[in-house]
Design a protein around this ligand. Sequence first.
Ligand code: ZN
Length: 431
Amino acid sequence: MSDTAKMTGEEMMALARELYPICRSITGDGVRKTLDILGNHLALERREVPSGTPVLDWTVPREWNIRDAWIKDADGKRVVDFAASNLHVVNYSVPVPAQRMSLEELQPHLHSLEDRPELVPYRTTYYDENWGFCLSHRQREALEPGEYEVCIDSSLEDGALSYGELLIPGTSEEEVLISAHVCHPSLANDNLSGIALATAFAKALSTSPRRLSYRFVFAPGTIGAISWLAANREAVARVRHGLTLVCIGNDDGLRYKRSLDGDAPIDRAVEAVLERSGETCFVRDFHPYGYDERQYNSPGFRIPVGSLSRGQHGEFPEYHTSADDLSFIRGDRLEGALDTLFETARILDTNRQYRSLAPFGEPQLGRRGLYRAMGGETNPADLSIAMLWTLQLADGEHDLLAMAERSGLDFEVVARAAALLEEHELLEAIG
Ligand code: ZN
């Protein structure tokens, strides 16, 4: 891959900064604007699914858009202002024409965090027609009793749900699905880090030929992934591996949540990469709470999709608050995650099952010059042991990852041994 195709951490941060002010939601112009910006980097195909479309067990909701919202005090001063931060309005709030109400009447519509009084929470009301404002607890406590004017200049109308999709073909039709949610407004780690990382990964893959095809889906959480699945019921059979990229730009070790299967090649590939990364990494089993890996792993689809993140969602204190801002994510953390994705892609591309073509007893390696081939290796002992392991396990059942696990050797050494044996017609790759 050329250097120009690989976005630096700073370039990923620049993309996150560009996307940060946009008020995204599960539908509406915020998602379209986001996809437009990603379109400056990728040849994304835009899909629009009309409101009311049945998608699996769901229905695409009406489209939400917002222009302005405020709470004004008796002097007409905006004390809570959507223009200052889009987190101040409960996402998907129904329109509220300008009207006066007492603080008492307003209170049930206010959301703050008593235990973190400086932070503004992020709240949504997608499937419940309601409205509200979010503010810091400090701000809320400073509101004097009396009359306020409130207004939410939003609309909830028939429209569409938008998502973006990109297929980067490899030599094989087998696909790897990379999915990032694009429905959160001004929150950096929880969705911009995943969006920027997926964009950088797609951009780099576009210029580097490979075996596996890659499909990128940039869709609103849950309903977007469900809409994509509904439109691709047949096509998903080609998807062999997948990852959701979420909350991955903060200063924390990489975390991998396994697919439901738990032992799929994607699980073993990511774990192999994390093991040798030298970083403190965490691996946890699948659980049915989190992001769109829930949809992809559901019984009707069972696509082995794991989730790569840093702060486990819901387990970092900045989660879904105004503290998840641009200062919470870092370019070097995104770059580290990008390297992990490249290495995982390389393993997935190379990983195959092998069958020995000389399975009866040990083939005579010396006669084939395979000992000489080891002469130039920096660690000849590893390569020769890897050849023996590979021949021993080449029963058509074990893949290279399994051989690396069983032997305790690095995946690359095992892969090189298999390539050498294949060249000498002692092994054949299956599938
Ligand atoms: Zn979230």
